[in-house]
Write a protein that binds this ligand. Structure first.
Ligand SMILES: Cc1cc2nc3c(=O)[nH]c(=O)nc-3n(C[C@H](O)[C@H](O)[C@H](O)COP(=O)(O)OP(=O)(O)OC[C@H]3O[C@@H](n4cnc5c(N)ncnc54)[C@H](O)[C@@H]3O)c2cc1C
Length: 444
């Protein structure tokens, strides 16, 4: 079933080809992120008509959003136009629209533009959304880095503040930047900001002194990078501190105001106020709008309940994958909200839809853990790579080796040759021209 079937199109007229595709079962994939694109790529090679739906006309490579936010990459370098997927896939179609809801009983997707999409099989892959955990003022006064628009907004605000500070202060600093959340996104953002301060202040922002410009990383746990080996977490904290980041552990953000955050020390209960110019919110994710619109009986912890096959529990024949689904991992707990579970889940759901068309029952999803990694900055990263030859045991890397592994993996994982080349060129240029100061990208 997974073998390419494009040969049936050969010699047919355009009208015939459209009629043929429309006579085939219709699969709708909601969300064109890691999971949705992986599912659509498998389905497009089979005798089904697939419609990929996304509110954006491009796929976003979220792991590098923080580099767009800190001026290291161009927005276009990590965005892939979804219609490019259609060029060599006659059975795949794309619909740019917001999904407002799903009528599971009527097998119809409800779109924000008033349209509807009837389907035979469905894959929900609409991801998650920023979770502000109900912290007062967080939605209004902090900035998330979840979408390309978010990243560009952070970049505009940050560089605007730098210009103001440079004009105002001779030998002074900038208002502090507070990064909330010590997971990979928080660590990577704080590391990139510290690098920018160290490279740019006194050099291209001549009035600003890096020693007087704070980047504060706040985490409520007593260590960074939950899920990593504690030695790698400690290395990440030490390396960030060495680069000038104030790593503040065991502190909960109680309130975000205009120009300050209120923090509570979880050990002592004491509170403190921290003046700042920008709060970057990287504290976690919660239910996306599509999952939020579905009956609460289908949802657990902001994600759709799914069976081991990735079928939505209680529905029967609709699948959910990636961040939107609480797919059970080997220990019974939901798999982490990362790219690999989404990609592998998307491929699995697609393969099960094709099995069902042949009258075969769905197989359980078996996740292959390839490891986790996070970068801190130039020549510093941490990685736990699962090696099949060692029975899946984790090999722990840190420093330059982990950094090179991180760079290589992110280049390979990007969609599209143009984006890979652009990112590689930008990184290579930055590496070579390092001593000449920052190369801040502010293009669209
Ligand atoms: C800043 C950041 C950094 C990250 N870094 C890493 C990393 O280094 N490594 C890693 O493994 N993972 C990382 N992740 C997590 C990883 O990106 C996600 O786990 C992954 O994207 C999940 O894939 P998905 O397909 O489930 O959802 P997504 O990739 O989020 O895709 C969901 C899609 O659904 C669309 N959508 C949402 N709602 C609607 C709607 N109502 N109508 C239509 N379309 C809709 C969205 O536009 C989006 O295209 C990071 C995430 C973020 C935010």
């Amino acid at each position: 079933v997974l073998a390419p079937r494009s040969s049936v199109f050969r010699g047919r007229s355009r009208t015939d080809r459209v009629a043929l595709v429309h006579s085939e079962p219709h699969v709708v994939v909601l969300g064109a992120g890691f999971g949705g694109v992986a599912a659509a790529e498998v389905l497009a090679e089979a005798p089904v008509r697939t419609t990929l739906v996304d509110v954006r006309y491009y796929n976003t490579f979220q792991p590098l959003l923080y580099q767009v936010a800190t001026g290291g990459l161009n927005a276009g370098d990590i965005a892939y136009p979804l219609r490019n997927l259609l060029r060599t896939r006659p059975r795949l179609d794309f619909r740019c629209a917001r999904v407002e809801g799903v009528d599971f009983a009527g097998k119809t997707v409800l779109l924000g533009d008033g349209g509807t999409l009837p389907y035979d099989s469905l894959v929900v892959a609409t991801g998650a959304a920023t979770n502000f955990f109900g912290v007062p003022g967080a939605t209004e006064h902090s900035r998330a880095i979840y979408t390309l628009d978010d990243a560009l907004a952070v970049r505009a605000e940050m560089f605007g503040q730098l210009e103001k500070a440079d004009a105002a202060a001779l030998g002074g600093g900038t208002p502090a930047v507070v990064v909330v959340g010590g997971g990979p996104t928080g660590v990577e953002t704080a590391g990139a900001l510290a690098e920018l301060h160290a490279m740019a202040f006194g050099k291209v922002y001549r009035s600003l002194d890096p020693a007087m410009s704070r980047v504060v990383l706040v985490e409520r746990r007593d260590g960074l990078l939950a899920g990593f080996d504690p030695r790698l977490s400690r290395y990440a904290a030490a390396e960030l501190r060495r680069r000038g980041v104030e790593v503040r552990l065991g502190l909960a953000v109680e309130e975000v105001g205009a120009g300050a955050v209120r923090l509570r020390d979880l050990a002592t209960g004491t509170e403190q106020q921290l003046a700042c110019g920008l709060v970057v919110w990287a504290a976690g994710v919660g239910a996306g709008d599509v999952v939020g619109s579905l009956p609460p009986t289908l949802v657990d912890g902001g994600r759709l309940r799914v069976e081991p096959t990735l079928l939505v529990a209680g529905l029967g024949d609709d699948f959910a994958v990636g961040d939107a689904a609480a797919a059970p991992g080997p220990d019974g707990r939901p798999l982490p909200q990362l790219a690999q579970p989404a990609i592998q889940g998307g491929r699995h759901a697609a393969a099960q839809i094709l099995r069902a068309l042949e009258g075969r029952p769905p197989l359980p999803f078996s996740y292959r853990d390839k490891g986790i990694m996070a970068t801190i900055g130039r020549h510093a990263a941490v990685a736990e790579v699962r090696v099949p030859a060692l029975g899946g045991r984790a090999v722990r890397l840190r420093g330059r080796t982990a950094w090179l592994a991180w760079l290589g993996l992110h280049i390979v994982a990007l969609l599209g040759g143009r984006n890979r080349s652009a990112v590689l060129l930008n990184w290579a240029w930055r590496y070579v021209a390092w001593r000449r100061g920052p190369r801040v990208i502010v293009g669209g």
